[in-house]
Design a protein around this ligand. Structure first.
Ligand SMILES: CC(C)(COP(=O)(O)OP(=O)(O)OC[C@H]1O[C@@H](n2cnc3c(N)ncnc32)[C@H](O)[C@@H]1OP(=O)(O)O)[C@@H](O)C(=O)NCCC(=O)NCCS
Length: 158
């Protein structure tokens, strides 16, 4: 099994069947409209949607990220770290693991969408070489009924 080191005594490994509940819980912590366990069950079965979990030796999951791969392109579908595990470098370790895993693959670029007001995520992505290529107004629904603009960002790999 692939494994990458992470801070705080954790490591990163591929998600496993049975992780869907933990992934849905974390996703709901990070996003207004989280994906449910059924969504994650399908993603876990898909070879084109690898999920990477930051976890301890007992596979207790502190954060995760997910890609969708299509030919030479990948999309960072989501990345989330549980509130009590934030600011310890886990999202950086997840980004590193994904880039490392794609090194020997045909994938040459990665895209993502981020809420323009999400400063922590924007800082993280800029640090890993992502830059804005376009924006989508009214893209994200907000709890107050308003919407937020998504920035579409791209990074070249390798
Ligand atoms: C964004 C998120 C994944 C960062 O996870 P994290 O493990 O706490 O981040 P790290 O400790 O690895 O820090 C990575 C970088 O992110 C940025 N960052 C993280 N938290 C930050 C904050 N509160 N304010 C500003 N920048 C922040 C910094 O650039 C940081 O690197 P640095 O400390 O070396 O400057 C986390 O806040 C989260 O899960 N948020 C909710 C879900 C989300 O918004 N996901 C992204 C959606 S597109």
């Amino acid at each position: 099994m692939k494994i990458w080191m992470a801070p705080a005594g954790l490591h990163i490994e591929p998600a496993q069947a049975g992780d869907e509940k933990a992934l849905a819980q974390l996703h709901a912590e990070g996003f207004f409209r989280g994906w449910n366990a059924g969504d994650f069950q399908s993603y876990l079965r898909g070879a084109d949607t690898p999920i990477y979990v930051a976890c301890d030796a007992k596979h207790q999951i502190a954060g995760f990220s997910m890609l969708r791969i299509s030919g030479d392109e990948s999309e960072l579908m989501t990345i989330v770290v549980g509130k009590k595990h934030q600011k310890k470098g886990l999202s950086k370790a997840l980004m590193q693991a994904m880039f490392d895993d794609l090194l020997m693959s045909p994938v040459t670029k990665m895209f993502l969408e981020v809420d323009e007001d999400n400063q922590p995520a924007r800082k993280l992505y800029e640090r890993y070489g992502f830059s804005k290529i376009s924006e989508r107004r009214g893209y994200y629904p907000r709890p107050d009924g308003k919407t937020a603009t998504a920035l579409v960002m791209r990074a070249d790999l390798g």
